[in-house]
Ligand binder design. Structure first.
Ligand code: NAD
Ligand code: ZN
Length: 393
């Protein structure tokens, strides 16, 4: 005898129904609502909504939570709270909000404590929902607070930087920095939904937009030759009509990678592919003390170095390396170090990178423009030469 609760239908139908159950009421509004993408992670699956202005969708979701007796609170940063004051007021009304100082220094134990105290002061319980509105700093910090508070409450990401829209708000990595290094404490805690409202980027400083483009270019290089060609034909700007579609494509690529390797356990490929350009980039950030270069700027130079490493390994040619440089430069990003950095220091920083596995240097290399692979046992001399080619001495 079958249990009475059994549901029949195609996997897709059941999945859709199941998602609606998870994120209550979605089915009712599905036709009216903006475009969405599902990140399929079993019981941790969630939708990402895309649109220029998702105010109506956010208000509808808040009303649902309230009707179900679920308390809501918001964490954001002071810059977002100021620059997007009207949008936030229109969406969230009188919902309690904590606005922290902007900047990487906020991803600290002290600020984590502040967020947790705020959640407790608002008397959030296990049914409550935290809305995290901001760039990757707020997403990582408040996402981690949601993972830890009462051993984990639901949270919703509302990214406000390009980097957060295409990268940090999808995939469930949350965390903070220690004095000893970046992202050393954290948790995998998937959001219950992500609202990607690209209209919020209108107030983002151009330098921050460009930094986010480094990650967009990264997606093209590692997994979508068509996306790369599109960026080569016409550099993407905050006013490009195709902005929302490009952001969506990046989320699709990231979702597919995360779905296949949620906890970055794959021996080869998998989630580690998202680190294309990042072993070089993290070393630049570390040696310069996280001040001179934005993360995306360091990654941009890292992509150019990774292209050279791939060339030295015989996977791509000089023409492809030149194409990588050109698309990076066309988006207002550096292709070389602005001032020389010592190879010895960069090498030491790479050796400390938690992503570099024991037993030799491991990099993400390009097999072609649009295809990447992880490769271990890289001759350190080749990594040095690649770094030298982008200005290290
Ligand atoms: N969890 C992940 O998977 C993941 C992935 C990549 C990066 N990250 C993390 O993300 C962080 C970087 O994120 P980021 O680049 O978004 O930085 P950020 O959060 O510091 O935002 C950059 C700046 O833009 C401002 N800002 C944000 N939205 C704005 C808007 N709409 N208008 C005007 N100003 C706005 C912020 O106040 C800040 O000054 C790093 O800590 C990094 O480690 C996490
Ligand atoms: Zn990155």
């Amino acid at each position: 005898m079958r249990p009475v609760t059994e549901k029949r239908g195609t996997v897709a139908e059941l999945m859709r129904e199941w998602i609606f159950d998870l994120f209550d009421g979605e089915g009712i509004n599905a036709n009216r609502m903006a475009e969405r993408l599902i990140v399929n992670l079993g019981e941790r699956s969630y939708p990402i909504w895309f649109g220029s202005d998702l105010g109506a969708e956010v208000r509808a979701k808040l009303a649902e939570f309230t009707a179900a007796g679920r308390k809501v609170a918001i964490v954001t940063d002071q810059t977002v709270a100021t620059r997007q004051a009207a949008a936030l007021a229109a969406m969230f009304g009188a919902t309690p909000v904590l606005a922290l100082a902007p900047g990487e220094a906020t991803k600290s134990l002290a600020e984590l404590g502040r967020v947790l105290d705020f959640l407790a002061a608002q008397r959030l319980d296990r049914t409550s929902v935290l809305f995290v509105v901001g760039g990757g700093v707020i997403g990582d910090l408040a996402g981690f607070a949601a993972a830890a508070y009462l051993r984990g409450i639901d949270f919703v990401q509302m990214p406000t930087t390009l980097l957060a829209m295409v990268d940090s708000s999808v995939g469930g990595k949350t965390g903070i920095n220690l004095t000893a290094g970046k992202n050393l404490v954290g948790a995998f805690h998937q959001p219950r939904g992500v609202f990607v409202a690209t209209g919020l980027l209108a107030t983002l400083p151009p330098r921050e937009f460009a930094a986010g483009m480094a990650e967009v270019i990264k997606y093209g290089l590692l997994g979508d030759a068509g996306l790369l060609a599109q960026l080569e034909r016409a550099p993407l700007t905050v006013n490009s009509p195709e902005l929302a579609a490009v952001v969506r494509r990046c989320c699709e690529l990231k979702a597919a990678i995360v779905e296949a390797d949620e906890r970055e356990l794959a021996q080869e490929g998998g989630r580690a592919l998202l680190n294309l350009g990042h072993t070089f980039g993290h070393a630049i950030e570390q040696v310069t003390g996280y001040g001179a270069y934005l993360h995306g700027e360091a990654v941009a130079i890292g992509l150019c170095a990774a292209a050279r490493l791939s060339e030295k390994l015989g996977a791509i040619g000089a023409v492809e390396v030149a194409r990588v440089d050109a698309v990076v430069a066309a988006h207002g990003l550096p292709t070389r170090l602005r001032a020389p950095l010592a190879l010895g220091e960069l090498r030491a920083a790479m050796a400390r990178d938690k992503k570099v596995r024991a037993g030799g240097l491991r990099f993400v290399v390009l097999k072609a423009l649009g295809a990447a692979a992880t490769q271990g046992g890289i001759d350190p001399a080749l990594a040095d030469a690649s770094f030298a080619a982008v200005g290290a001495v």
